[in-house]
Design a protein around this ligand. Structure first.
Ligand code: GLU
Length: 491
């Protein structure tokens, strides 16, 4: 399929692709930012380019080190490795000041001594008179600004013509320059405004493609004006569609978890997150499941859609289950381990716990039924826990009617040394026959007795994983439980 408009100049080898992910560390890494990072990452890898991580922490009142560390950690967890950085903008203040000085020296910027109160008052007057509320240009040509006075710096925008760019996702974008006011590029305290720091860094870091959320489209016009004033080449711009919830509203906390960290804690896999995030706004035919390699191979900016992407947690869960099933057992065992330990059961490898081989067998037996690592850990915990608790559905199966078959199973097992499937199967079949039941009618209460759940892998696998001793003690425990709960006829 021919590429639409996302080929970029890299295809003819003229320019090495350089992209950046530039989060502001004012919160956790959320789904939208992670998707931006992913698209930058796979675009760089697809084109043999460079992926730069830049932390935009010039707003010292809102940025925190914890947030920056959380974002870096989240990216590392997703496996979105970067080639340069993290570069912290707060350590590059001298670059921004130098750029401002240069623009001032060349008359492309000017110092502005209007106070916030004056600006507010004039904005309100403009609104009342039906004039545009942007800066009115009071200091633009003023000759009486004292050189030492505290002043902000404003960019001298063009008043004529228009600024355009061809967005690789959204198509042609145009704005009349008259609609862009003389915006501030440096605050009175000497700190740079976002437009300026982004532009200086994109220029100095030789960024070829700016890939980010489409809420930045209005900023792009200002950045282009600045780049032109700095005589820097323009990068390509690709603005990604917003992410909406199922109700078509902008994705927010009311749609459930939105931070990468919370999905990590809920037992989602990086492979599934990347797969799902990639599909938020991008597609390659009707393929749903992608490995990382396939994402890198198939990703084209031209295949990113224009309209908002809909976040569907059910689909993410489905993909997670899929990636979990496809994963090598040893890898899955290693991943589930911390989740298992968090349930409070004896540690794998400890004297009172089970060993790693056991864990791999258990993971293999449960992978079809677990959609997340948390679900997997919850299914495995009963094998390791000292005490069993019965889910309500399991509790309902432990009735007086099944005490006969359960007691019989306990008696038979206590005389056996081998409780692996070939030995157990004929035994349970005989018990079922003896009580005029189907095998399933005997298996269900045994399952409830062993793992406290209604659903588990096949009963013979469960018994084998549980082991003879624990199988026996759990069946005895269930019998006691039925008695104690007063479910027997005699009480
Ligand atoms: N720091 C900006 C943000 O977090 C992104 C800037 C950019 O990508 O150009 O929204």
């Amino acid at each position: 399929m021919p590429e639409k408009n996302g080929a970029g100049p890299e295809k003819n080898g003229a320019e090495k692709v350089r992209v950046r992910f530039a989060p502001s560390p004012t919160g956790s890494l959320h789904l939208g930012s992670a998707r931006t990072a992913l698209f930058n990452h796979i675009f760089a890898r697809h084109n043999g380019g460079v992926f730069v991580l830049r932390i935009e922490d010039t707003d010292l009142s809102r940025s925190t080190e914890d947030s920056a560390a959380g974002i870096v950690d989240g990216l590392a967890w997703l496996g979105l490795d970067w080639d340069e950085g993290p570069v912290y903008q707060s350590r590059r203040m001298d670059h921004y000041r130098a750029a401002v000085e240069d623009l001032l020296g060349r008359g492309r910027a000017y110092r502005c001594v209007c106070t916030p109160e004056e600006l507010k008052q004039r904005r309100e007057e403009a609104k009342k008179d039906g004039r545009p509320p942007g800066y009115d240009g009071r200091c633009r040509d003023r000759k009486d600004v004292p050189s030492g006075a505290p002043a902000a710096v404003r960019f001298r925008t063009e008043t004529e013509g228009e600024t355009r760019f061809e967005d690789l996702v959204k198509g042609p974008q145009t704005k009349r320059n008259a609609e862009i006011d003389d915006f501030v590029i440096q605050r009175t305290d000497g700190t740079p405004i976002f437009y300026l720091s982004v532009t200086v860094d994109d220029a100095e870091m030789a960024i070829t493609h700016v890939i980010r959320g489409d809420d930045h489209i209005p900023n792009t016009f200002k950045q282009i004006l600045l780049l032109q004033a700095m005589d820097s080449p323009l990068p390509h711009f690709a603005h990604l569609p917003l992410i909406h919830g199922l109700d078509k509203g902008r994705l927010s906390k009311r749609h459930g978890a939105t931070s990468i960290q919370s999905y990590r804690e809920q037992g989602y896999l990086p492979a599934a997150m990347n797969n799902y995030l990639a599909r938020l706004g991008w597609s390659a035919g009707d393929q749903e499941v992608f490995t990382r390699e396939e994402l890198v191979e198939k990703f084209r900016l031209g295949d990113v859609g224009k309209s908002p992407a809909i976040f569907n947690p059910e689909k993410l869960l489905w993909l997670n289950a899929h990636h979990l099933r496809e994963m090598p057992v040893a890898e899955m065992a290693a991943l589930v381990r911390p989740f298992l330990e968090a349930t409070g059961v004896p540690r794998i490898g400890s004297p009172e716990g089970r060993d790693e081989k056991w864990l791999e067998r258990a993971v293999d037996a449960h992978k079809e039924r677990s959609r997340t690592l948390v679900e997997m850990a919850e299914s495995l915990a009963p094998y390791l826990a000292d005490e069993i608790t019965y889910e309500p559905a399991a509790e309902r199966m432990l009735t007086e009617e099944i005490t006969g078959p359960l007691a019989e199973a306990a008696a038979r097992i206590s005389g056996m040394t081998d409780t692996r499937p070939p030995a157990m199967e004929p035994v349970l079949r005989e018990i079922a026959k003896q009580y005029g039941m189907k095998l399933g009618q005997v298996a269900q209460p045994i399952r409830a007795a062993l793992v406290g759940k209604k659903v588990s892998p096949g009963i013979f696998d469960v018994i084998a994983l549980m082991g003879r001793e624990k199988t026996l003690s759990r069946i005895r425990r269930a019998l006691e439980h039925v008695r104690a709960a007063g479910k027997t006829k005699s009480e």
